[in-house]
Design a binder for this molecule. Sequence first.
Ligand SMILES: [Zn+2]
Length: 483
Amino acid sequence: MLIRGATVVDGSGGRGRIADVHVAGASIRQVGRLTATSADSVVDARGLVLAPGFIDTHSHHDWGLDSERTAVAAVSQGITTIVVGQDGWSNFPLADFFGRLAARPAALNVASYVGHGRLRAAILGDDFKRQATAAEVRHMGALLDGEMAAGALGLSSGLEYDPGIYSSRDELIALARVAARHGGRYISHMRSEDRHFWAAVDELLAIGRLARLPVQISHAKLAMKSLWGHADSLIGILDRARAAGVRVTLDVYPYTYWESTLTVLFPERDFRDTAAARFALTEVTSPDSAILGDYEPDTTLVGKSIAQVAALRGTDPAATLIDLIASARKPKPGGGEFSESVIGTSMIQPDIDRLVRWPFANVCSDGALNGSHPRGFGAFPRFFRQYVRERHLLSLEEAVRRTTSLAAANVGIRSRGRIAPGFFADLVLLDTAALADRSTPARPHLAATGIRAVWVNGVLVYDGAPTGAVPGRVIRRAAARGR
Ligand SMILES: [Zn+2]
């Protein structure tokens, strides 16, 4: 295939230039002024920008991927690789997950971390509300060894969630050392994004320093009023850590609101604590801006804010939050747990801007195929719309670098994220003037505009609609190189 006449923005950060790109099989063969042979199919891309496909370093687009293999939420925003196994939870064992994906591939490539919480659950079971013993940590390490051997990128943690929240720093360091032995890395939804933020950053950096592996902050945010305006301090800490040899990076999504569980608002895990509920609804988010994204115990409440539910029930917002959690934690008829989620506004734009401008920050979606947060369909186009076209905070070339080669480097993926001979032909053809997200909290599944065509491993998967092709591959960690 010859893609002719596009402005090629190759992912390196270097200036875009008009060139032809020759794709042979799954790979990029040549870039330059090229002539088509009779065997080539030719794509006329004049007036458009050709970039490497976006690499989403923190994705939940694997949920339901086996039944929705076209992954329209992701590919319609130009994502060609998702990195899953995030927030401490991964498919287990990964060898089976990778085997299923290889047998029934999706439209996009999938790489995975090993979830620390998954290891904890395997060894501690229901008895997880405590520190692990040395023997248990060794057992977790043995499981991790196997998962790393299966090709995981490293260890992920979700330290605001069960069961990771009960782990000690030493447990994490011990396991990170196992990942490091395999040339892996550590990625973390940190222990706090609000009340205990600075200690959480310190913990992540200590893990990087002591276990001697690259560490990445997942979906970085300063999510509490008293933290607002302090992104500069965070960047200062990260820069000093880098200068001292810690390979720290971060990913960030371009929204001031997150989506998580209601229980994440209670770091001390007492879900009846009125003072904690009040604090969450005044300092972390607000009754008006905390909106139920999912609420299985009573689906009529989905889309309503805590303030609206409180008004309906005639209870105050803190009591309402406590009641909502209590109902969701009741045993579900037929077994299992009720699902629930909340979309909470907790961040301010200037902090996100500061994080985005840090040269080691790449972009992630944190999105899902059928989620309630608009990031599932919109994160990457929104990043380009806001930061390149509307606010001119990044050049197009730099924005492409953040979503491609830097993303690949930050999670240890090789041979993707650049348009250069020998790289995989994961490509996105952009109409940059039209590139925009359309998804909103009210309509989270609206596909973006400006994504003209998406190829994965040289195969067209999206051209305004999914093509039905499923050429995605499993991406395993490359063998560690000597340093
Ligand atoms: Zn997370």
